[in-house]
Structures are given as C-alpha cells and as structure tokens.
Design a protein around this ligand. Structure first.
Ligand code: NAG
Ligand code: NAG
Length: 377
C-alpha cells in the first residue's frame, strides 16, 4: 500500500514537472503547486458528469441547460479556491427515490450565481405525495451548501424542490443573497411537505438576505450555529421563521441570531422557537426585529420547550434554556381560529427576554406557562 501510494505521488510530481513549460531560471516549481493549481478560464458544460470531472480545471464553471441523471448529484464539491459556478438555462433532474442531494457545492471563496433567465427546477411534483420526509416516496434533498467557507450563493431561481431546499452545514462566512424558491405548485393535497427553504446547522457567520420563498414548511430553521443573520426575507405558504427544534443532535447550541426586516404571510406560524423535550442545549442571544405577519393560521409567535419526535408534548422541560431573546416589532395578524401568542417554558428555563409585539386577530392562549418577566401571552 505505502509503496504504491508513494510511487503514485512521485509519478504525479514527475507528470507535473514534465508538463511544465521550460522553467524560468528563478521559478522552480514547488511540490505544493500540485494541490493549489490555479486553473484556466471559463468552461461551459452541458453534461453533469463532465462538469464534475473537470471541476478543478476551470476557474469559472458554467452549467448550461444541464439535465442531471436520476440518482446522481450535480457534484461541485471540493472546488479550487476562488471558483465561480454559474447556473444557466434550465437545470433539471431525473426521477429516482433516493436521499439526494441533487446539488452539492463545497470549497473556499466560492461564488455561485444564476445567469439571467435561468431556473433550477427540482421537478418536485414527481416525488410529492403530501408526506414529505415522514413517509411515502424517498425524496432527494435539494442543495447541500456544506463546508463552504468565505463564499456566496447569489440570485438563484429555484422551483419545486422535492423536499428540503438549502442545507447549510459546517459553513463559515457564507452569504446567500436574493434566492427565490417557488414551491407553490406543491400547495394543496398530496403536494409538497417538509419543503424547508433554509436549514442551518453547525455553521457560523451566515447571512441570508432578500430571500423570496413560497413553500410548505419552515422558511428558515436554525438547529445550531452562531452569528446567523436573516434579513429582507419574504416568506409565504409555509411554517414561518424558526429556531429549532434544538436538542438531540450532535450540536445543540444556537447563539447570536438576528432575524429582521421580513414578512411572513399565509403561513402556519410567524415567529417560532422550539426546543426538544428532555434534551440539553442552549438558545441564546436571538433577536426577531421588524417582522410583519399576515394570514397566520396557527400561531403568530410560538415558543415552546416540549418537542418530541417532531411534535409538541405539552410538557416543557428545562434542558435547553432560551435566554437573551429580543422580540422587537413583531406585528400583524393571525386568522380568527389561530392563536396570537403561545409561550410554554419549563420552570426558570426562559429568562432575560425583551418583548415588544403586537399580534392580533386570533385567540389569546390560556395555556402559557412560566412566561418570563417582560413577555406576555
Ligand atoms: C427590507 O427588506 C426589503 C426586501 O423585503 C428590502 O427591499 C429593504 O431594502 C430592506 N430594508 C432594510 C432597512 O434593510
Ligand atoms: C448577539 O448576537 C449578535 C449577532 O450575532 C452579535 O452581534 C452580538 O455581539 C451578540 N451579543 C453578545 C452579548 O454576545
């Protein structure tokens, strides 16, 4: 094994030297150059596997009208530093029951963009059965933005994800700006379900700005991470702007979140924080500021520490305290059979809250518990 690897290494080094132009007297090639090879200009691909194979040979990768074969990932992982990826025309995906993801991008200083008029069509209707990730057909996740560092994803136009949209994990200093996801074809019976737009975990320095989302689950769900900013979002049809559920994963700490200047319409919930029953973790320093609600069917603001297997138990526990919460200018309306505000905290597990909310139209809850000083139900 060892000698085979060694000779492969030497061969690689030899190939590099052989391929290099006549060396300038002062610039002897360094061995490290093999892994930080700066690449040549722009390459346009119309075939997913060709794009994946050549992804480290081009500084700009244009993905033009790509039909991704069923059961495969459009693999843009481990790109060279500084690579630009541009989606052009229509990107589509073949049908297969599998976990996905349909697209995966990783690297440092990566720029992902959409060309004018492009669409990334997740072709969700082929999978939709109203069951999301809770059963029925196995549906591929849409886009892994995992291990992206100092990078940006801008202006993507997405339609009809089969299930969850952007999974942001182990990312640092990542901006997602002006992303549109229109899953409204999946509204109605046996349609899209669990079509979260942005799921954030184990990441820091994340900014999601000017998103325009129509879906059937969370517009944003933060399970863990630090220094996360969501601003200028327009969310419709889903479950609102959520933290959680927090607890029961490998990382259970949420610290330093600002969610602001956003609107949530025709959705189950507006502002939501949920933590897991009997789990441990923290939710600290979270601000919701200038959030406008309309047509909310379930809860305008809901904060509860009682989730188990994805459902509320009605029995809050104290292992994931919610501290340093600011609700500043959350305003708007709930449908008449919805509830304006619901707060269900364990004894002493919610503290240091600032609260300024004006939510009306729905019922007032009589089931709130351990509401901290300053807040009201
Ligand atoms: C608020 O968000 C909207 C987009 O919904 C944007 O046009 C506007 O510039 C934002 N305002 C501020 C103060 O950031
Ligand atoms: C709270 O979080 C915000 C946003 O990440 C950050 O700017 C601020 O410094 C944090 N405050 C404290 C006291 O850590």
């Amino acid at each position: 094994m060892v000698s085979a690897r060694l000779s492969a290494l030497l061969l690689g080094a030899g190939a590099l030297v052989a391929a290099a132009p006549a060396p300038a007297p002062t610039a002897a090639p360094k061995l490290e150059d093999r892994s930080t090879k700066t690449s040549s200009g722009s390459c346009t691909f119309t075939d997913a596997s060709a794009a994946s194979k050549s992804k480290t040979s081009c500084s700009t990768i244009v993905l033009s009208d790509i039909a991704v074969p069923s059961g495969t990932t459009l693999d843009m992982t481990k790109l060279n530093d500084g690579t630009t990826v541009i989606f052009e025309g229509t990107t589509s995906f073949g049908y297969k029951e599998w976990e996905g993801p349909l697209i995966s991008v990783s690297g440092t200083k990566i720029t992902v963009q959409g060309a004018d008029g492009h669409v990334i069509d997740g072709n969700g209707a082929k999978w939709w059965d109203g069951k999301g990730s809770n059963g029925g057909t196995t549906k591929p996740k849409f886009f892994y933005a995992h291990s992206l560092k100092q990078s940006s994803i801008t202006g993507l136009n997405v339609k009809n994800t089969p299930v969850q949209g952007f999974s942001i994990n182990s990312a640092t200093d990542l901006v997602l700006d002006s992303i549109t996801i229109d899953n409204s074809d999946g509204d109605g019976d046996d349609g899209g379900h669990n079509t979260d737009a942005f799921d954030v975990g184990s990441s820091s320095g994340i900014t999601i700005s000017n998103a325009n989302i129509k879906n059937q689950d969370d517009c944003l769900a933060i399970n863990s991470g630090t220094n996360i900013h969501f601003t200028g979002g327009t969310c419709s049809g889903g479950h609102g702007l959520s933290i959680g559920s927090v607890g029961g994963r490998s990382n259970n700490d949420v610290d330093g979140v600002v969610i602001e200047n956003s609107s949530i319409s025709d959705s189950q919930n507006g502002v939501r924080i949920k933590t897991v029953y009997d789990a441990t973790g923290t939710v600290n320093n979270v601000t919701y500021k200038d959030i406008t609600l309309s047509g909310i069917t379930k809860y305008g603001i809901v904060i509860e520490q009682d989730y188990e297997n994805g459902s509320p138990t009605g029995d809050p526990t104290t292992g994931v305290p919610i501290t340093g919460l600011t609700i500043d200018g959350v305003k708007g309306t709930v449908e008449s059979d919805g509830t304006n505000i619901y707060i269900l905290c364990g004894d002493g597990a919610c503290s240091d809250w600032d609260w300024s909310a004006s939510v009306s139209g729905g019922e007032s809850s009589s089931d709130c518990s351990n509401v901290p000083t300053g807040a009201s139900c």
